[in-house]
Design a protein around this ligand. Structure first.
Ligand code: GDD
Length: 324
């Protein structure tokens, strides 16, 4: 994208209202503004709540207030809202045990469970306010988890596929796998995977994860970006849930990812580590995309299994090519 002659990178800081307004002043005649700026890691938001608030919450305010002050009321605006805003709206047990299928949609109440989600709620309400108060074409997409090969490496999906890529590379190194470690004179560390060839012992750290029971409605990021654009092409602004309508646990993600590289039982590869548990968890996310399908004509094009395999394939190939 940097080589595209129509692409301009302007330097600024979303948390600094002067900086935002200075940049917007140069671009008052643009057609559309998309705000995807965030400290977007939920776990990090518990450790850096004020920073998260400034970027994820106040950042949106800085853009919208600058647009109002600069009389940019006819410029269309997109806010990246999040399914995290639903928080503990559904209890997993309720959702699974009740006979009725349960989904979150545009009418579902927000019960945010993290500083990140609270900041996203503030930005969401600010977007609604400028739409209703100033008549701006401001829309919010309530996006459920969206993933792909470009996903940051500390989010659970990519953390898993990256580990698999590195592990496959390590396994390739021409060392014969010896089942069991009985004939070696050392105490195995349960955090490591061992491989033995002749007298040589090789180790690889296991994948350390937190809660494996949370449910997420995971879709492909490329599909979701298309939905963002579609929202701003509508005659009237509105809020839309963007999701697949299907939900899976992290455990299920692990199952599909590991079996794609021929590992049926992944339990020996993963360690559950309290460090990766959050002070408050969002147990169950499953969206209803009826409104986006009906009004935007949008549908997700990639299934959960396709998404997982795409990410695993990318990381296996990446690490095969890297000389690690
Ligand atoms: N990151 C991470 N790391 N999550 C883990 C781990 C781990 O080692 N182990 C288990 N999990 C669980 C988390 O507790 C959570 O229940 C789930 O995996 C997903 O975590 P993330 O991948 O970090 O995503 P998220 O659901 O918290 O938030 C993402 O989706 C939101 C949309 O609902 C982010 O992209 C947010 O920015 C986005 O708004």
């Amino acid at each position: 994208i940097l080589n595209n002659e129509n692409f301009n990178l302007a330097q600024g800081d979303i948390t600094d209202a002067f900086s935002v307004s200075r940049i917007l002043k140069e671009y008052v005649h643009v057609d559309e503004i998309y705000n995807l700026a965030a400290q977007s890691h939920v776990a990090v938001s518990f450790k850096q709540p004020a920073l998260t608030w400034d970027i994820t919450g106040k950042g949106c305010l800085n853009i919208l207030q600058s647009m109002i002050d600069l009389d940019m009321l006819s410029v269309r605006f997109y806010q990246a809202s999040s399914s995290e805003m639903y928080g503990k709206n559904f209890d997993t047990r309720d959702s699974l045990l009740s006979n009725v299928e349960r989904y979150q949609d545009e009418e579902t109440k927000f019960l945010p469970q993290s500083p990140y989600a609270i900041a996203k709620c503030a930005a969401h309400y600010m977007t609604r306010l400028v739409r209703e108060g100033y008549g701006m074409h401001a829309s919010a997409g309530i996006l459920f988890n969206h993933e792909g090969p470009r996903r940051g490496e500390t989010f659970v999906t990519r953390k898993i596929t990256k580990w698999i890529g590195e592990y496959c590379k390590w396994k390739q190194k021409g060392i014969r796998l010896t089942p069991g470690v009985h004939d070696i004179d050392f105490t195995p560390n349960p955090d490591l995977i061992y491989r033995v060839a002749h007298d040589e012992v090789k180790t690889f750290p296991k994948l350390r994860l937190g809660n494996l029971e949370a449910y997420r409605d995971w879709g492909y990021a490329g599909d979701y970006v298309e939905a963002m654009w579609m929202m701003l092409q509508q005659e009237s602004p509105d809020d839309y849930v963007i999701c697949t309508g299907k939900t899976h646990t992290i455990r299920e993600f692990l199952g599909v990812a590991f079996s794609h590289v021929g590992i049926k039982d992944w339990s020996n590869c993963v360690v559950q580590d309290p460090e990766f548990y959050r002070p408050a968890e969002v147990d169950y996310l499953r969206g209803c995309n009826d409104k986006a399908v009906d009004k935007l004509g949008w549908t997700p094009k990639h299934s959960f299994e396709e998404l997982v395999r795409m990410m695993v394939d990318h990381d296996v190939k990446k690490h095969r090519n890297d000389n690690i």
